[in-house]
Design a protein around this ligand. Structure first.
Ligand code: GLY
Length: 595
């Protein structure tokens, strides 16, 4: 019944224009009224209408923004019942692994940033996948010592790292949860057993990946039953996933990392056929979530806090903002080529440093402080003074107490992944970006979920011009990420919770949205919806079909190669002020919802 209401409501809203959708939503749920648990699903239609109308969702006590309505609903129930953001995250992640299996799940990894409402402390947890102990720097080289083609490396067991997400869910719940752990899986288990309607996004991604998904019989049978890709609205059941969730619910993380589940995972990886991998039960047994020092950078009176190495996210976002702080972006506004020249070249400078210095800091010294030092950024920012695109960009020389001589990494990261933002009634803020890397990861399935291909976030080459590459493969090492779960704070209080999927473009999506919110005064929905212009390595990606395309000619005149394309971010953001305001990326199926 509940499902039917949700699907009917969503369909009606999708079928209407924004204005009519807004009116329809207003008849469904008057603003400000508190929902009973059974009403949340109907009220989600209102969130959809607001999103379609380009307006933020408002609430008073708590809020969630995530990539799929079912997941938002599961998290909302937990929050409505008095659960914390950590509790809600567990429920959300369990559902996302079912309804958005291509992006994140139990077979993947995640980074979590937590602002504690009681203590005001920021904590970051690293639940990144880890290279097997038997991995070597030659993992992604062919017999001639040449890097493999990207998808030759991705599909199969070779790319699978030890999953970190189940351990991260358990760790976050143990630190900050209030709800009973087993009950957090109820909604996902019911949905897995009763079935859910395949969403338009999932259906189109399955169709687009049919060849790769068909390489493994069990994966093909799930996503392409009878050889036909699942269609929009088709009801998909996943009893195997329900069983895995029951195991996690009853035995906790040890149920996943030891015993039969660990054996099933490692056997699948080692016997994937072509491209089998070396993940072993010991790799799972020794997996640990790591607490890392939060990386916080100042920006126009805010403190921008995020995930340090092995993610490059917070360092790169912090560098971009730090490089731009001396320029009056507010006066330039979002429509001027000059603003985007500054943002684009600041991003290129950050990416040059990222390629050389960022990797797992447990394995290589990473000069985080040097890269974010005021003096270093001020010196690099001088390069931005001028009228044209920088003709070329190279890494800088941050201060550090070691000699740092690395080759530059060219690891590819394609867009996938998912982001969850939550604020709870206790004043806790959670920002978590979660992934299985490429869409559908390694394409290998175990226990009803997909295994990641996160190891392809390592540099395939181990050396460049005779110099070792910081982000090369090593046993037990975590691949460099671009994930940038972020919390902005002012006077020690959270004011913006944000993050996005999108491979290495995540950095640009997050930085742009922060600039839009801080400098251009856009509300949280408008900030995430603002058309993207992303520059990582010199070419300027402009979001097709948006006003960004109008900047193609002037940016071209400045010397950029411009490249119009889809830029499918999945930004989810919550603004914390007198009230809570949530925004969900119009490019994906997510919603914000709160009470
Ligand atoms: N695999 C996406 C990222 O970690 O950035």
């Amino acid at each position: 019944m509940r499902l039917k209401m949700l699907v009917t409501g969503m369909f009606l809203i999708w079928a209407l224009g924004p204005v009519q959708a807004q009116q329809a939503a207003d008849t469904i749920a008057p603003e400000g009224r508190s929902a009973g648990q059974g009403e949340i699903s109907a009220l989600l239609a209102r969130s959809r209408a607001l999103k379609d109308a380009g307006q933020p969702v408002e609430a008073k006590d708590w809020m969630i923004a995530a990539a799929n309505p079912h997941a938002v609903e599961a998290g909302a129930r937990v929050l409505a019942a008095g659960g914390t953001a950590a509790d809600a995250m567990v429920a959300v992640q369990a559902v996302l692994g079912l309804v958005e299996p291509q992006s994140s799940g139990l077979g993947g990894g995640a980074f979590l940033v937590w602002h504690d409402g009681a203590s005001g402390k920021i904590t970051t947890l690293d639940g990144r996948e880890t290279a097997p102990l038997a991995a070597t720097p030659r993992l992604f080289l062919d017999e001639a010592g040449q890097p493999l083609a990207f998808f030759d490396a991705v599909v199969g067991g070779r790319s699978v790292g030890t999953p970190g997400t189940p351990a991260l869910m358990a760790e976050a719940h143990a630190r900050w949860g209030r709800a009973d752990w087993p009950g957090l899986f109820d909604e996902a288990i019911t949905l897995a057993e009763d079935g859910f309607a395949v969403s338009p996004r999932l259906a189109s991604l399955i169709a687009g990946d049919a060849m790769r998904l068909s390489q493994f019989e069990d994966t093909r049978d799930y996503f392409l039953p009878g050889g036909v890709p699942l269609g929009v609205g088709q009801i998909l059941r996943n009893p195997e996933y329900a069983e895995t969730l029951r195991l996690l619910a009853t035995k906790g993380a040890p149920g996943f990392y030891t015993g039969e589940m660990a054996l099933d995972i490692t056997e699948r990886v080692q016997r994937s056929g072509k491209n089998s991998g070396v993940l072993a039960p010991l790799d799972l047994a020794i997996y640990r979530v790591k607490e890392r020092a939060a990386v916080c950078s100042p920006y126009r009176g805010y403190e921008v806090c995020g995930m340090g190495p092995p993610s490059s996210g917070a360092v790169a976002v912090g560098q971009i903002l730090g490089l731009l702080e001396g320029f009056d972006l507010a006066a330039l506004g979002p429509d001027t080529p000059e603003a985007w020249r500054l943002i684009g070249d600041a991003s290129r400078l950050a990416f040059a440093d990222r390629g050389r210095y960022l990797a797992d800091s447990d394995f290589v010294p990473v000069p985080v402080e040097g890269l974010l030092a005021k003096g270093y950024l001020a010196e690099r920012a001088r390069l931005l003074v001028g009228d044209d695109a920088l003709p070329e960009v190279s890494p800088g020389q941050p201060e550090f107490d070691h000699a740092l001589d690395w080759g530059d990494d060219r690891a590819i990261e394609l867009p996938s992944t998912s982001h969850i933002s939550i604020y709870d009634r206790y004043g806790n803020a959670l920002s978590m970006t979660t992934t299985i890397e490429n869409g559908f990861g390694s394409r290998l399935m175990v226990g009803g979920f997909l295994l990641n291909n996160e190891l392809t976030d390592f540099s395939f080459a181990s050396h460049e011009n005779g110099l070792p590459i910081a982000n090369r493969v090593a046993p037990g090492k975590r691949p460099r990420s671009s994930m940038a779960p972020t919390i902005l704070r002012k006077d020690g209080k959270p004011v913006l919770i944000i993050g996005s999927p999108g491979g290495s473009r995540i950095i640009g999506y997050v930085a742009k949205s922060i600039i839009a919110w801080v400098d251009w005064g856009l509300d949280v929905q408008a900030a995430v919806a603002l058309p993207h212009l992303v520059n990582r390595f010199g070419a300027y990606d402009l979001e097709v079909g948006t006003t960004a395309e109008a900047l193609a000619a002037p940016l071209g005149d400045m010397g950029y190669e411009v490249s119009p394309r889809d830029l499918t971010s999945g930004l989810h953001a919550i603004e914390v002020g007198d009230s809570l305001r949530g925004g969900a990326d119009p490019r994906r199926e997510g919603l914000a919802y709160g009470e």
